[in-house]
Design a protein around this ligand. Sequence first.
Ligand SMILES: [Fe+2]
Length: 347
Amino acid sequence: MTKRPQLNSLLRALALAGAAAFAVQANAAEEVSLYTTREPKLIQPLLDAFAKESGIKVNTVFVKDGLLERVKAEGAKSPADVLMTVDIGNLLDLVDGGVTQSVKSEALESVIPANLRGADGKWYALSLRDRVLYVEKDLKLESFRYEDLADPKWKGKVCIRSGQHPYNTALVASMIAHDGAEATEKWLRGVKANLARKAAGGDRDVARDILGGICDIGLANAYYVGQMKNAEPGTDARKWGDAIKVIRPTFANAKSGGTHVNVSGAAVAAHAPNKANAIKLLDFLVSEPAQALYAQANYEYPVRKGVKLDPVIASFGELKVDPLPLTEIAKYRKQASELVDKVGFDN
Ligand SMILES: [Fe+2]
């Protein structure tokens, strides 16, 4: 026998070792940096799952306020790959501020309906936050349109937080998009006239005040109901949650009758050093296991269809989302805020 086979196997071994060394090196470089305004306890399990599955290290920066300002200030040297936040207004501020870039992926486009992402790929919704009617649990009420909140029959029976809170300005913007500014102003005056108390506090306070007999109905986000109805028996939160039921309103004139949603979402940063990994992270966040985490740990409605929901959220039935693109709705944010002021909604 010649020495050739031995040499070959040696070369092969070397090649393998080389490949392994290269793989280790490549792995060491595999990372992605996420800037997020979302609560760590909410996001960390998702990121841990991604790191475990992909082998990509996730560097997370939790930014409480001023995400746009921070990324802007860092400029082209920003290490941020993915920017994540809540509220369509905040997402579009990032887009308009020029700190996101256009990306496309088959997963994102097939999972996220077109009305819930930027047509330019500059932002993507990851979870939905439907704004629903909290109703005193024994009240006989089967369906509800957002417009009904101004019906005089609810005089003194409505609770809601500040009209200037982003959750409400997004809803008012949506109403302008559907019904026009004039009708919306009239609606705001009607809702104000129906208030049982000053428009203030938080969304959970609507349930608290329904339990307290101050009001019968009010608008608030659905995920809080998941939190309250799943809270420990005997706690205040649980009592508030148990005092209410939920109806998903629609708009009177909407052709397909959907419910208003706001979103949590993300975008790839304009100067992302790890763009490919950024897209991988977004793809992961709309995958079945990640969406199940959004739905079950966080009670937000998954953007992906067919994901198992928390039983409380599932009990509200399937969410039919207002088909109007969020980008279209968001155009009226400023006008919405001005109308809220004009009618003295919060006074
Ligand atoms: Fe909230």
